[in-house]
Every structure is written in C-alpha cells, then in structure tokens.
Write a protein that binds this ligand. Structure first.
Ligand SMILES: [Ca+2]
Ligand SMILES: [Ca+2]
Ligand SMILES: [Ca+2]
Ligand SMILES: [Ca+2]
Length: 316
C-alpha cells in the first residue's frame, strides 16, 4: 500500500491533471513476466508483483472469434477492445499472491483483495505476434538466411522452399540427419560424402553412384538410412552398391512453431472500486510478452498448411 501511494504521488507530480485524475504512463512491476494458465481455453493473462507491495494486473477477455485459437495465430496484429467482457483488473492484496489465484477454478480464500481498480469501456489491447522460429523456420539446423529465404529457393523443386523444407534435396533423408553424417565437409562446412562440392543435405545422390539416394531405399519405407551393409554403411552412401528401387513417396514435412506476443494497452482507464472513484489512466502501457505453445504443422507441397495436434506447451 505504501508503495502504491508513493507511486501515485510520484506520478501525479510528473503529470498532474486539471480535473484531479491521475494520468500515468507505466506501472512499476518489478517482475515483468506476463503469465497465463497454460491452455488455449484460458482467457486470462496476469502479472504479479510480490516485492514490497502485493499486487497483480490481469487481463480477462473473451474473444468473439474462438476459431482464431488465441496463442496459435499467424495474425500479426490482433486488437481486442476493452469493454464489459474484456477487462483489465488491477488489485492490491494483503499477502503474497501466486498464479493459483488466477488459474484455480475456485480462487483461494487468501490473500484478500484490499484495493481493486477495474477498466472502463474504451481503449484496447493490442497483440503483436512474432514467430519464435524466425531464424530457422523449419528447425533443420540450417539458418533460414542460409536457406535462400529471400528468394524462396527450392532446391528439390517440390514446392516447399528450403527454409520450410525439412528434407531440402527431397531424398527422404532429413536435412537434420544429413548434416550429421560423418564425412569430409564441403566449402560451407557441411558433410559432403562424395566430395562433389554439394553438401549432402542438398545432394540428391549422396554417393554419386548414379542412383538417386531416394531410390537406394531397399525396403521402400521412405528412409534409405536404414538400408545398410554388414559394416553398417548405408547403401545411399556406398558407391559400390547401386541397386535402384522405385520410390515415389516423400516424408511428411512437419515443422514446429510458436509465436511470441507483445501485449500493449492503449487508452486505458482504471477506476477504483472502493467508492472514491479514483482513476488511473494509461495512454500506452506495455503489459509484457508471452509465448504460445509450440505447434506442429504439416506443410504440403501445394504450399497449404495444415495444423496438427499441439505440441508441449511452453512453461510461462
Ligand atoms: Ca523443397
Ligand atoms: Ca530446410
Ligand atoms: Ca542428400
Ligand atoms: Ca550407393
């Protein structure tokens, strides 16, 4: 409480206002970490501060487009109006507050709220999203900038650009695997088994025996890597073996992605629910960052993305 009062006084000194309202531009939360309860059904985001004063600011909302699947959207900017259902609530407590207060179905009896401010209608919350995997979109270990993202290079011509293709040469040995083959390296530092200057992950015939790697798939299970001689050398890396099998299928192109959201609030007015009508006004307030759970998506050669089941959620 003491901190809140001193904070209010400090702010009103900075920005005094004719009608007695207090206009502030920032809260001084020591812990900037924005949290959520960890599932896509949960529509509350909160930030807790237990240093000096026990306080929390929460954003409870109800998106009117549930199919948008908040936290798994590619939309670069989402605007949520502040109104009767989408509310910002700032509370001060008489003791330490933790995430259970927001995430339990029945909130704990303690701590108790000693002061509460609620938003009035007007203003908005803006979510700006950034892909977490911007540097290596397909997670194959080769940076997107080195996979020709600027020109949408498509080495195997399957319609999936290299930066989104987990098997860049279309030979059914994933790039991640081809990067780790033990061999002399090409000029760019990646393994190049046949020393033809093309690294394995971009070489559709890795042993240069005239049979494409994808056709050196003896059991035709879309994985030439498990067809090997007694010494354990895979036939696709063995120029002495050149049996060819007809393999038409390709590995499913599944990539994992998640998004990082920046939440900012514009033109927020919070009103003290205690009766005296005291107001806090924020013109532009950065609430914080939050990450979506990771999500697997299949990118098919036609370039259409299809969502798979969600992966493990990130601990936020
Ligand atoms: Ca491709
Ligand atoms: Ca790739
Ligand atoms: Ca290859
Ligand atoms: Ca071979």
């Amino acid at each position: 409480m003491r901190k809140v009062l001193s904070f209010f006084i400090a702010v009103s000194l900075l920005l005094s206002c004719d009608d007695g309202e207090i206009i502030v531009t920032d809260f001084n939360f020591d812990d900037p970490q924005l949290q959520w309860c960890g599932d896509t059904e949960s529509h509350v985001l909160f930030k807790i501060n237990n240093t000096g004063v026990n306080e929390a600011i929460a954003f409870r909302f109800d998106l009117d487009t549930p199919e948008l699947q908040f936290f798994t959207t590619e939309e670069e900017r989402i605007t949520i109006p502040i109104n009767a259902t989408n509310q910002i609530i700032y509370r001060v407590f008489d003791g330490q507050v933790d995430r259970n207060y927001f995430c339990n179905e029945i909130p704990p009896v303690a701590p108790r709220v000693t002061e509460e401010f609620r938003s009035t209608s007007g203003g908005e919350v803006i979510l700006t999203s950034t892909l977490n995997t911007l540097t290596d979109h397909d997670g194959d270990g080769v940076l997107s900038s080195n996979e020709g993202i600027d020109v949408e290079r498509d080495t195997d011509g399957d319609g999936i650009p290299d930066y989104l293709d987990i098997d860049d040469d279309g030979d059914n040995i994933l790039t991640r695997v081809e990067r780790e083959v033990e061999a002399a390296t090409s000029v760019d530092g990646y393994p190049d088994s046949d020393s033809d200057g093309i690294p394995n992950y971009l070489d559709a015939d890795d042993d240069n025996d005239g049979v494409a790697t994808r056709n050196e798939d003896w059991n035709q299970n879309l994985n030439p890597d498990d067809d090997r001689n007694e010494e354990g050398l895979a036939h696709y890396l063995n120029p002495e073996i050149s049996d060819s099998f007809t393999v038409t299928g390709s590995r499913e192109n599944t990539i994992t992605r998640s998004f990082r959201y920046l939440l900012t609030i514009e033109n927020l007015t919070l009103v003290n629910q205690g009766g005296d009508g005291e107001q806090i006004r924020l013109q532009n307030y950065e609430l914080g960052y939050i990450s979506s759970p990771s999500q697997n998506i299949v990118i098919d050669p036609a370039g259409e993305n299809e969502e798979e089941e969600d992966g493990a959620g990130e601990d936020q």
